[in-house]
Design a protein around this ligand. Sequence first.
Ligand code: FAD
Length: 467
Amino acid sequence: GDFAEEIDTLIIGSGPGGYVAAIRAAQLGQKVTLVERGETLGGVCLNVGCIPSKALISTSHKVEEMKNSSDLGITVDNVNVDFSKVQDWKNSVVKKLTGGVEGLMKGNKVEVVKGEAYFSDEKTVRVTKDEYTTQTYKFNNCIIATGSRPIELPNFKWSDRVISSTEALSLNEIPKKLVVIGGGYIGTELGTAYANFGTEVVILEGEKQILSGFEKQMGMLVSRSLKKKGAEIYTGAMAQSVEEKEDGVVVTAEIKGETKTFEADYVLVTVGRRPNTDELGLEQIGVELTDKGLIKVDNQCKTNIDGIYAIGDVVSGPALAHKASYEGKVAAEAISGKPSQVDYLAIPEVVFSEPELASVGYNEKEAKEAGFDAVASKFPFAANGRALTLNATDGFVKLVTRKEDGLVLGAQIAGPSASDMIAELGLAIETGVTAEDIALTIHAHPTLGEITMEAAEVALGTPVHIV
Ligand code: FAD
């Protein structure tokens, strides 16, 4: 038995939701205790998500560029990749960031408790630190930020060869062949990385296109570039079963009525993630969940139980790091009695594919469905000097504006640096600017930002560099 420790704000989970909530709560004068069951801080994003995947993608892109720059007069003989060194480098990036979060917790006087949290009642959590040690905490307020984990398919039980994104990020060698089940952003990003490293990649996607959350034309640009890298993409494909061999797998799938088999070193299953809400004792305190196991919250991230909040991948909405952090700030502020509320309109969604895809606010169809008299104005990368000098001309910027006054309602970008370019348009939506404002903003030359300015000029009917 242990004596309950009385604490102020308890946060469960140290991902981009939890650690950011901890910092904001501390800034606002709360005394914060952060519980994390993993060895390092930073959650999925820093350890086995955003950061390591981007590290592999950018390295793989360098390799691909070295192999395919003969147009630019560059040929490289024997491009060698020492994959264990790539992994070491990737791990060093992760370590810097997780260590950084550790430092931020100290700097903000957040008490970090390593262990697994479980609710005993509405005001009490028990933390199991190891086999022999548990500690009970009584809190005033609690933020649940326990994140999510990969969904396991019944016929594809995890093994050495049937892997999730976590294992795919830490392979010891570059596989010769890789089957990816699920062409969402995680499958597409990892598929792109390995295709760049030289793996024969097969993507099996159930929908009509990969990245089906994005407009068709955007997904098609990515499909085309993946195919150019030698990847095979099957849409309308349902993975059925896997047979494990000593040094690989045979995956059977039904593709448009036909049964096909694929041999590979590994099968990577990326068919979505499920919230970590099933092993927290939530049923003991009556926190309401949706039928998908997501925690129901109001616009301040508050659950139906007084003093208990939830943020990030455990609540509905896009499972993205910046969305988790945003909600973390709102929840911490709400606990401090501030009138903060979530507003999801300007949350960007980004895929680090080739070309990159990014979207913020409404697309044309959504804007019309929401009742706006909306127009879309598009400008291609191919008509931009900077894109030409980068030898990366696939893509476009599309602005969605309100017809009467040009108010920016949304934007979609496919192209190099789309992930960075989308920020300007998020700000545009947040601050209520019009196409005219963007067109009147002087953008440096030659930059990709000029494409955004020109798309705004298209909206006004006066583009300079296309007719
Ligand atoms: P998590 O990051 O999942 O953190 C939850 C933490 O809670 C974990 O550390 C876990 O150990 C801890 N925990 C769980 N239960 C308990 C318990 N009972 N007691 C104590 N601790 C507990 N998002 C982007 O925005 N951009 C990207 O480029 C991107 N790339 C991704 C790539 C991959 C391969 C993956 C898998 C995800 C990617 N994501 C990306 C998604 C992003 O990682 C998640 O949306 C984000 O991590 C969610 O943050 P969170 O704080 O809600 O939870």
